[in-house]
Write a protein that binds this ligand. Structure first.
Ligand SMILES: Cc1cc2nc3c(=O)[nH]c(=O)nc-3n(C[C@H](O)[C@H](O)[C@H](O)COP(=O)(O)O)c2cc1C
Length: 170
């Protein structure tokens, strides 16, 4: 399936319900590869990912968020970290990790898979880090729940563009 970038951006929806189908390893690598090409300040690439396929660990992650259903139903979790040992400016580094995540979400969309960016789980960062045994320099930025989307109509809204443009200076 060929989809244009703007179309992919606009049609991507958070997917919170997944089928039992597995995710092919090749697709998983394509998703992370898309993240790899995200921009970053000084090209410092301050991101790191823990790929979680183990059902027990996924269940443990589900126990760390009130959105546990999303995690319980997914096939793979990507725990996305900001690796401070590679950082040079906190704001810029964290924005770069956001670009890394969005690149991955768009490739998920291109592959016909589904994902949800989970942020509420950051409230349990220590529990997640203990579960995944990551170094102290890693700061949890998000967990991405991944899987094959169930057939369901998903919609979302955005504020109109005139509320976004504060002003135009000609
Ligand atoms: C920083 C961030 C944190 C989010 N955290 C959660 C979350 O904890 N649980 C959840 O179900 N969705 C979460 N989402 C998904 C948003 O709810 C979703 O992107 C938003 O409602 C727009 O819907 P759409 O992604 O379908 O366009 C998060 C998204 C972002 C960018």
């Amino acid at each position: 399936m060929e989809i244009k970038i703007t179309e992919a951006i606009k049609s991507r929806r958070s997917v919170r319900e997944f089928t039992a189908d597995l995710i092919a390893e090749a697709d998983l690598l394509k998703i992370i590869e898309a993240g790899r090409w995200a921009p970053s300040g000084l090209n410092n690439q301050p991101w790191k990912v823990v790929v979680v396929k183990n059902r027990e660990i996924i269940a443990g992650l589900a126990g760390c968020t009130k959105y546990w259903r999303v995690i319980s139903g997914c096939r793979v979790c990507l725990a996305v970290y900001y690796d401070e040992s590679k950082g040079y400016n906190e704001t810029k580094d964290i924005l770069a990790v956001g670009a890394f995540i969005q690149n991955m979400l768009l490739t998920v969309q291109e592959l016909g898979l589904g994902a949800c960016w989970l942020g509420e789980i950051l409230n349990q960062e220590n529990a997640v880090n203990n579960l995944l045994s990551v170094p102290d320099a890693y700061r949890l930025m998000a967990v991405i729940a991944l899987g094959n989307p169930t057939a369901k109509q998903r919609s979302s809204t955005r504020r109109p563009i005139n509320e976004i443009i504060y002003k135009t200076i000609d």
